[in-house]
Design a protein around this ligand. Structure first.
Ligand code: ZN
Length: 455
């Protein structure tokens, strides 16, 4: 029987390291990976001079669909993911309207993605006050975990989880066998510092940065770890921005607490100086930090204390990114498309991060963390999700190359590495040279507590 696809002559980045090999695909899965494969295939791609990397699993994006698709949308967001070498995005629960807090809102988001998403997709459910009893129905529908905010999310119908809500949410998630991800910044401290700045008329980017100190992050991480220890929940700290934050997570892990953390490309390649210089396009929370923190994060990325990297792609229309008062500007950095290219340049080329480790950070680790057993690795039997990349090409990012809706990026002009020739999902090419191709074939990837509804 002929293979569906044979990719010849490339270097396959396997979990053990890069190997010169052909890759054969059958029924959407990697069938064989070996040099000089002989056999018939319906389609053949010559990958000479290129690397095959596992498809990026971006486990933290805000596509705002349904309800706020004008901020991004699944069509444009997934096109950007595919153009950047991604094959799966995991959408956060807060920016859709309604937010993903129960079965009907999950169904609405699924309807927005079906027939629209160019990559596969999975969903986070939300933990907010008064709605913890809805977590089981979200689990059954297939969320891969639950997200809570420990500070103001900026979205009125996704309020922060107070201590009691977070504890109850963690206990419920533990019973369902799903992880809880938290945005860890202390609400009381950030609120007080912001109020002080505003009342004194200190409204600049620098004033905003000063209102969200590292201490706000470490207080919240410490509290989340204590609650996870009490409730037995599996805890994930999203977008850690500081060495001290990473250290708290590592210390808890050494005590046997099930806690992991991620960071984002913006904390690894941009600093507080970039926020002061670029303004709104580089506003996020926690905010960009100084070079000392950045160096600490790179160290933790290399040694495994930071388990995974996600974009936290969080766009908004240009009108929401303008104000004389920096506190009023919508926070969030767009970065799902350049994630891989930034890591290839700044991680691999500049800091000698091995390709296998890089692939683990953006594909194998999120797959493992969220219970997606057969993804994120180029091994026989795994889903055939990968990109074919010419690593010799490195050039400054241009707005015209971006496929997200607003193309507002703090990375413009910064070198990204790798011409992503093809992105392949289940053996089918979904993007070629930065352009999405073919119909949207994305499917829901359900989490481990999914119960198929009786047909
Ligand atoms: Zn986020």
């Amino acid at each position: 029987m002929p293979w569906d696809l044979l990719v010849r002559g490339g270097t396959v980045v396997t979990p053990a390291g890069p190997v010169a090999a052909d890759l054969a695909v059958a029924d959407g899965r990697c069938a064989e990976i070996a040099p000089g494969l002989a056999g018939e295939a319906r389609e053949t791609i010559d990958a000479s001079g290129c690397h095959l990397l596992p498809g990026v699993i971006d486990s933290h994006v805000h596509f705002n669909d349904p309800g706020r698709a004008a901020w991004e949308g699944v069509a444009s967001g997934s096109a950007a993911v595919a153009a950047g070498g991604g094959t799966l995005f995991i959408d956060m629960p807060l920016n859709a309207s309604p937010p993903t807090l129960d079965g009907p809102s999950f169904d609405a988001k699924l309807a927005a993605c079906r027939g629209t998403a160019r990559t596969d997709f999975a969903f986070w459910g939300g933990i907010v006050p008064g709605r913890v009893d809805r977590l089981p129905e979200l689990a059954e529908r297939g969320v891969i975990g639950f997200k809570a905010f420990m500070s103001d999310s900026g979205i009125a119908d996704f309020p922060a989880a107070d201590e009691a809500t977070l504890a109850a949410g963690m206990a419920a998630a533990a019973a369902l066998g799903l992880p809880v991800a938290v945005h860890a910044e202390d609400d009381a401290l950030t609120r007080r510092l912001a109020a002080e700045a505003l009342s004194a008329g200190r409204l600049s980017a620098a004033d905003y940065l000063a209102s969200r100190p590292i201490e706000a992050e470490t207080i919240a991480i410490g509290r989340a770890i204590a609650l996870a220890t009490e409730t037995g929940a599996s805890l994930h700290i999203v977008h850690v921005s500081s060495g001290a934050g990473v250290a708290l997570v590592a210390e808890a892990r050494s005590r046997g607490v099930d806690v992991s953390c991620e960071t984002c490309p913006h904390y690894l390649v941009l600093t507080a100086d970039d926020c002061r210089r670029l303004g709104a396009v580089a506003k996020c929370a926690p905010p960009l930090r100084d070079a000392t923190e950045q160096a600490a994060l790179w160290e933790a990325v290399a040694d495994g204390r930071i388990m995974l990297i996600a974009s936290d792609h969080s766009p908004a229309p240009a009108t929401m990114k303008q104000s004389a008062n920096f506190f009023e500007i919508w926070g969030g950095i767009s970065g799902c498309q350049p994630l891989l290219g930034l890591m290839l340049e700044e991680g691999h080329a500049q800091r000698q991060l091995p390709l296998a480790r890089l692939a683990e950070l953006v594909a194998a680790a999120p797959a493992a963390r969220y219970g997606l057993a057969d993804r994120g690795r180029l091994e026989p039997g795994c889903q055939a999700d990968f990109s074919i990349v010419d690593l010799a090409v490195a050039r400054p990012l241009e707005a015209a190359a971006l496929r997200d809706r607003h193309r507002l990026s703090p990375y413009l002009g910064r070198v990204v590495r790798g011409r992503i020739r093809q992105t392949v999902l289940r053996g089918q090419v979904i993007a070629r040279d930065g352009e999405p191709v073919g119909p949207p074939i994305g499917r829901l990837v359900p989490g481990p507590a999914y119960k198929a509804s009786p047909a």
